[in-house]
Design a protein around this ligand. Structure first.
Ligand SMILES: Cc1ncc(COP(=O)(O)O)c(C=O)c1O
Length: 360
């Protein structure tokens, strides 16, 4: 298939803006007259340092990260942070975890190795189809932090409010970072794998309150110690150079296209096209409770695995890539990250209506 014939609904790694890929292609062999590709450059070189500084400055500006917080550009995926967070911020104490999906469950299980984890909410019984309300959270008096995952990529639910807690918040924003304003002063730490809204896979952005670093468990590997990574400006070792370069291009694109508020408005528009079909449908039903639905990952099913498979096959034949749901959730999932054009959501909505006419 040609690129023009494809809409990529993958949950991550996922679609990147066309103009970003074109710019990367144009600069691939010779980055700004250096005679080298960014992939070939020393991470200690002046041109790479400029790329690194630009990426960090753009994140700070676009997300309005306060001076109290440091931005780290790390390797190891979001999954490494499941351990790094308790090793640095829990260190034998107690933390509250809201389990609203697979990734927060994994994070809680990992944290148990390094301290006491209290489950403030567990959505497993309802198949992770919802987000708890504030008064459903069982909060401890002595928690070092409250942990939650802002957007549940697999189940298609999203926290549309910031939980009120006495302790600082820690949040996995892997699948909805750069889609809304965040008040970072409420957070001890926010982190996100880059491969959805930011860059290719291989980079994790961690935004951590500086004063909280420096208390890691003695067994913490140097590379996972936030204090070390702050001191070395994320360059204790070789950083994911290419991904950081791609991040800087994506952030330029976000800025040129109106910043995070505009990204959020477009995300709502895209998601509304699909939710409108689901709300009116006699064939499809949404997986998530309506008020908790994600603007990033729209999950749905016909209720019949064979019909779902037929829908997914038809979608693939039309160039709608990765519409099949995650194996633990079943059904279908359309991921609508920042780089997904509105036309992608509109065309998928059209196919859903067409499929329904043929199957009801
Ligand atoms: C919300 C969320 N958290 C964590 C992860 C794990 O990310 P990684 O594969 O970068 O470790 C994912 C992956 O899709 C995710 O969606």
């Amino acid at each position: 298939m040609n690129r023009e014939e494809v809409f990529n609904f993958s949950a991550g790694p996922s679609v990147l803006p066309q103009s970003v890929l074109e710019r990367a292609a144009a600069e691939m062999l010779n980055y700004k007259g250096t005679g080298m590709s960014v992939m070939e450059m020393s991470h200690r070189s002046a041109p790479f340092q400029e790329i690194f500084d630009t990426a960090k400055a753009s994140l700070k500006e676009l997300l309005a990260v306060p001076d109290s917080h440091e931005i780290l550009l790390l390797q190891g995926g979001a999954t490494l942070q499941f351990a790094a967070i308790p090793m640095n911020l829990l260190a034998g104490g107690t933390a509250d975890y809201a389990v609203t999906g697979r990734f927060s469950a994994k994070a809680a299980a990992e944290a148990k190795k390094y301290g006491t984890v209290r489950i403030a909410y567990d959505g497993a019984a309802s198949g992770f189809d919802r987000i708890p309300k504030q008064d459903e959270l069982a909060l401890s008096d002595d928690a070092e932090y409250f942990y939650y995952c802002a957007n549940n990529t697999i189940y298609g639910t999203e926290w549309h409010y910031v939980p009120e807690t006495a302790c600082p918040l820690v949040c996995d924003m892997s699948s909805d970072i750069l889609t809304r304003r965040v008040d970072f002063s409420k957070y001890a730490l926010v982190y996100a794998g880059a491969q959805k809204n930011m860059a290719p896979a291989g980079l994790t952005v961690v935004i951590v309150e500086r004063s909280l670093a420096g208390h890691a468990l003695p067994c913490t590997p140097e590379i996972m110690d936030y204090a070390t990574m702050i001191r070395t400006d994320s360059m204790l070792n070789t950083p994911p150079c290419w991904c950081i370069y791609m991040l800087s291009l994506v952030l330029d694109w976000v800025r040129e296209n109106g910043g995070v508020e505009a990204m959020g408005e477009r995300a709502r528009e895209r998601a509304a096209l699909l939710y409108e079909v689901l709300d009116e449908s006699r064939l499809f039903r949404g997986r998530a409770r309506a008020e908790d639905r994600s603007f990033m990952n729209v999950t749905f099913s016909t209720g019949d695995p064979e019909t779902d498979a037929r829908f997914a096959a038809g979608a693939a034949a039309r160039g709608f890539v990765s519409v099949k749901g995650h194996k633990t959730a079943g059904g279908m999932r359309a991921s609508l990250y920042n780089a997904m054009p509105l036309a992608g959501a509109a065309k998928l909505a059209e196919y859903m209506r067409e499929f329904e006419r043929e199957h009801v």
